[in-house]
Design a protein around this ligand. Structure first.
Ligand code: BG6
Length: 494
């Protein structure tokens, strides 16, 4: 039997995402023999390109090693390019006939189709409509559509987009990608919680004082300020990446590992989440800090020409979320994200309550924390108290440390996109965002986004390379987060 044919079509092939992420990911999967053998990669965009020019645009992001040069040429041989408009059928018909030719070459086996829509929102609707009209399978193979954020701008536009998609495709054909769900440590959250008896009994309001999900970047908006100004950090990172992590931290144990069981539980958490109020939000915007050692630091956010001088778009945000259910009532969830901060780090920090009936000298015992370091340096560590080693009787803070590149030295952790692409090939939707999930996530943040914009709330200015507005720390403290500053985890050296 001839190998089943697959086609992976990248709409928006000339764009940034295609060259930096999509093509390199396809190459790594191809190089590692993880893709079906009989596959073709088709780029589609309006620009006048050739495969050769396309190659030039993405090759430098593919990190091809000397020994892989031949394999890379083989990869390129599987690539083709179609120049076509987004709003007329002509290009889509040409795409369809190229898929038909591929079917003929493949002994008339029907071709499975993956369409990756890496497109600006303005053309999203027309492209999906044209796809449906011209390029669907004929019932003897499958069609799956991968889509990238922004999934709308607020609750209303997101629901409109979802309704549009639902008219064209079935839910099991739609793969909304949130690449944070492909990260090792995010995928580990469920295993940590549901695979360890030791954690399960304390994973609730009786033992946990607060949960912090934080995302920090040590660079600014770079060349993306034009896009960023229409979104802001809440839409860019919090509404999707951080909210997804929150659902995995807070959800109940699903009935099984089936995608629908998992997504049902995630939706329940989002439904129980109260709508965020303005009093529970701090927004910030970075300003230049020429003293900070970073090539971008001499430019504040508004110094970028593509940002309007009166922009109130936040580049930093902290929001306190409250989940109104039996497990979490009273436990604040801090979602914190920012650009141009002092470090690059994403982590989940569970801060436990104090021990009851403390018998040690006042102030010596510090709260235990379980930290899941998403990046860089994937690690899980538990900050806890031990006896100070040696003759004394005192106590000190230390950690139980599972640093990945120490414990799992020879394991290559795949890039988030690699995992997620494979999941689409396999038809697994566990790590993709379902329509109702998206709607409930928007419901939580849309009112505050509107209020911030309507009232033109001025973000607090913070310096490039700083920890962000101190108002953020104050708000967390108000909700009981304790930062003692007496302990710092240092990634072990190899
Ligand atoms: C993207 C955001 O979704 O995630 C970017 O649009 C952000 O602003 C990026 O920089 C962070 O992803 P990662 O994988 O580099 O942490």
């Amino acid at each position: 039997k001839f190998e089943t044919p697959y086609v992976f079509v990248v709409f928006g092939a000339s764009g940034d995402l295609a060259k930096k992420k999509i093509y390199p990911t396809l190459w790594w999967l191809f190089r590692d023999n993880l893709l079906p053998v009989n596959i073709k990669f088709v780029g589609y965009a309006r620009s006048d390109l050739t495969v050769c020019k396309l190659r030039e645009s993405f090759e430098k992001f593919c990190k091809v090693r000397e020994t892989e040069k031949c394999a890379f040429d083989d990869f390129i041989k599987k690539c083709s390019y179609i120049q076509g408009q987004y709003d007329t059928s002509d290009g889509f018909q040409r795409l369809q006939s190229s898929i038909d030719d591929f079917q003929k070459e493949s002994h008339d086996q029907a071709v499975n189709r993956l369409y990756y829509l890496a497109l600006p929102p303005a053309v999203f609707n027309v492209v999906s409509t044209e796809l449906k009209k011209n390029c669907m399978d004929r019932g003897d193979s499958w069609t799956r559509v991968i889509i990238e954020k922004p999934f709308g701008h607020d609750l209303k536009s997101s629901c409109e987009l979802s309704t549009h998609l639902a008219q064209l495709f079935k839910e099991d054909q739609i793969y909304r990608i949130d690449h944070y769900l492909g990260k090792e440590m995010v995928q580990n959250l469920m295993v940590m919680r549901f695979g360890n008896r030791i954690l399960a009994p304390s994973w609730n309001r009786d033992h946990i004082a607060s949960v912090m999900i934080s995302f920090k970047e040590d660079f600014g908006t770079g060349g993306r300020a034009g896009y960023f100004d229409t979104a802001g950090i809440i839409r860019d990172v919090m509404q999707n990446h951080l909210m997804q992590i929150l659902t995995l931290v807070a959800m109940e144990k699903p009935a099984s590992l089936n995608a629908e069981d998992i997504r049902d539980e995630k939706v329940k958490v989002l439904k129980a989440c109260k709508v965020v109020e303005l009093k529970d939000v701090v927004v910030g915007q970075y300003v230049a800090n020429p003293d900070f050692d970073h090539p971008e630091a001499s430019q504040g956010y508004k110094d970028d020409k593509s940002v309007p001088a009166d922009s109130t778009t936040p580049t930093y945000a902290l929001a306190v979320l409250h989940i109104n259910n039996e497990r979490w009532e009273g436990v604040p969830f801090f979602l914190r994200c920012g650009k141009a901060l002092n470090e690059k780090k994403a982590e989940v920090r569970i801060q436990f309550k104090e021990v009851s009936g403390d018998i040690y000298p006042s102030g010596e015992l510090k709260r235990s924390e379980l930290v899941m370091r998403v990046q860089p340096n994937e690690a899980v560590y538990m900050k806890l108290m031990t006896k100070k080693p040696g003759m004394g009787f005192g106590v000190e803070e230390t950690e139980l440390d599972l640093t990945y590149n120490n414990r799992f030295k020879d394991v290559r952790l795949p890039d988030a996109y690699e995992r997620l692409f494979l999941e689409v090939f396999m038809g697994s939707q566990i790590n993709f965002v379902r329509t109702d999930e998206l709607e409930y996530a928007w419901r939580i943040l849309t009112p505050v986004l509107e209020e911030l914009e309507k009232k033109k709330i001025q973000p607090v200015q913070y310096k490039f390379g700083s920890r962000g507005p101190t108002e953020g720390d104050d708000l967390m403290q108000k909700y009981g987060f304790i930062f003692t500053g007496t302990y710092k985890w240092v990634a072990p050296k190899l």
